[in-house]
Design a protein around this ligand. Structure first.
Ligand code: SF4
Ligand code: SF4
Length: 89
């Protein structure tokens, strides 16, 4: 199950592929499509393995991608202790 994902601002991307090279689980690839500047932009090719670590964002020289982590599912609160009434005489 994916722990995170990425946001790509394709209009800023120049297709250098630093994000692809430095992604630890290697989940990024350059898409076949072009942006308006004529560059191939990154896309998640194995989204289930993205950790949301944001290393791709740290290496991108153009602030064109960033990773983010999904919020952890909240732990269900334990049921309240059962209250038993005791007769007071
Ligand atoms: S957030 Fe981390 S795991 Fe996800 S694509 Fe970016 S570098 Fe790879
Ligand atoms: S590092 Fe940035 S500019 Fe280079 S391909 Fe990735 S998103 Fe595009």
């Amino acid at each position: 199950m994916a722990k995170g994902s990425v946001v790509v601002r394709s209009e800023r991307c120049k297709g250098c592929a630093f994000c692809v090279e430095f992604c630890p689980p290697r989940v990024l690839g350059l898409s076949a499509a072009f942006n308006a500047k004529g560059y191939h932009v990154p896309e998640l090719i194995d989204p289930e393995k993205c950790t949301g670590c944001d290393l791709c964002g740290m290496y991108c020289p153009d602030f064109a991608i960033h990773g983010y982590r999904f919020p952890k599912p909240s732990v269900a609160a334990p049921p309240p202790e059962e209250v038993t009434e005791t007769a007071v005489s």
